[in-house]
Every structure is written in C-alpha cells, then in structure tokens.
Design a protein around this ligand. Structure first.
Ligand code: GRF
Length: 205
C-alpha cells in the first residue's frame, strides 16, 4: 500500500471547509489524511473541530512575533517535519510571505468565495452582492505572492436571483464550496493536476 497523501489545513475561523474535508476523507471520496491544522486563532471553532476529529493542531499567536516571516519559518519546520504534500487554505485570514509560498509553490491551494479575478480580498460575497452582479461563484486557485492572484484550478458559478438576499447568497456559496473543494483536493491526491504557468489542467481520472 502506498502511504497516504498528507494534507495540512490552514484556517482562522468556523472551519466548515475543514469539516467537509474531514468527512470526505472519512467517507472515502478523498484518499488522503489531514495531518495538521494550522491556526492563528486559539479560540476559533476550527481548532475544536480538529480536536474532535483527532487532527493535531499547531496554533500560534501572530502578536508574539515581530515579523510574519518568523512565525512562518516555524510553521514551515512543522510542515517539513510532517512531510506535508499539500497545504489547503480554508479561511486562513493572513497574507503569506515567500517563506511559505515559495516552499509550497504548486502545492498550496486556497478557496475564495467569488469568481476571480472579480472581488478579491475580504468580504467577497458582500462585494459581489453590493455590486449587483447576477452571477458570482467560487474559485479554487494555487497560492502565489499576491492577494487571490494565483493560477485558477477550478471555478463554480452561483446565480444571484430575484428574491435572494445576502444570507441566501452566502448559503449558496458555502454549499458550492463544500462540493468543489474536496473534489479539487482529491485531484491533487491522485496526482492529476498539471500546471503550466497560469494554465492548470486536470488529467483524466
Ligand atoms: C470560506 O467562505 C472561504 O471561501 C473563505 O473563507 C471562508 C471560510 O469558511 N476563504 P470556513 O471557516 O471554512 O467555514
């Protein structure tokens, strides 16, 4: 048997995407293991979820460091020690420096709740809602040095219909995330993702 594909999830908040991945692994739709949760918020619900799922956590306090690079070097050591194959950002609310981005180039992904390049940054769902677009959605992308600028791996559109409000849109977006993110992670676990510059293709299963 080959050894399992080893994932670290970075998250700062609720952790519903973390939970979806845990369940996708449990039900066999993703052939991988979540080896570590990295969080900058000791009290975030995601930390409790990791505890319940039996996943080790590495929690740090960014205020205890003078520079981002300092805590990222410690995180990098944790990731290397645990031989992480893929870093999955799931609501991790900090910008990353080259310390992590360069080490995990092509092996670090993020999910963003808009159709990039529209509405990058914070509150993407609110930005799309306020703009009044009729179609928004979600994007899974590789992480590079910019804010939500990495090469796109997969996207899923979500319609904004008459009668929707911000809350119903948020629900639709989160439901779409829960469908798409485990599928993309499984592509990585199976070695199906091929990257050439900004063009990402998925080899046939
Ligand atoms: C998701 O909407 C994701 O797109 C964004 O942050 C949110 C995280 O939600 N990057 P959760 O913590 O996984 O519930």
């Amino acid at each position: 048997m080959s050894s399992p594909f080893r994932i670290a999830v970075f998250a700062s908040g609720q952790g519903s995407n973390f939970q979806t991945l845990v369940e996708a692994i449990q039900n066999g739709s993703v052939d991988a293991e979540i080896v570590l949760l990295v969080s900058d918020k000791a009290k975030a619900p995601v930390v409790e979820r990791a505890h319940k799922a039996g996943v080790d956590s590495y929690v740090f306090d960014p205020k205890a460091y003078a520079k981002r690079e300092e805590y990222e070097l410690e995180i990098a050591a944790e990731l290397e020690r645990r031989q992480i194959d893929l870093v999955v950002l799931a609501g991790y609310m900090r910008l990353l420096t080259p310390v992590l981005v360069d080490r995990y180039a092509g092996r670090m992904i993020n999910i963003h709740p808009s159709l990039l390049p529209s509405f990058p940054g914070k509150d993407a769902i609110g930005q799309a809602w306020n703009y009044g677009v009729k179609i928004t959605g979600i994007t899974v992308h590789l992480v590079d040095g910019g804010m939500d600028t990495g090469a796109v791996i997969a996207q899923k559109a979500v319609e904004i219909r008459d009668g929707d409000n911000l809350e119903s849109l948020e629900e639709k977006i989160h439901a779409a995330e829960k469908e798409l993110y485990p599928v993309v992670v499984s592509w990585f676990a199976k070695g199906l993702v091929h990257v050439e510059g900004r063009k990402v293709s998925v080899l046939q299963n």
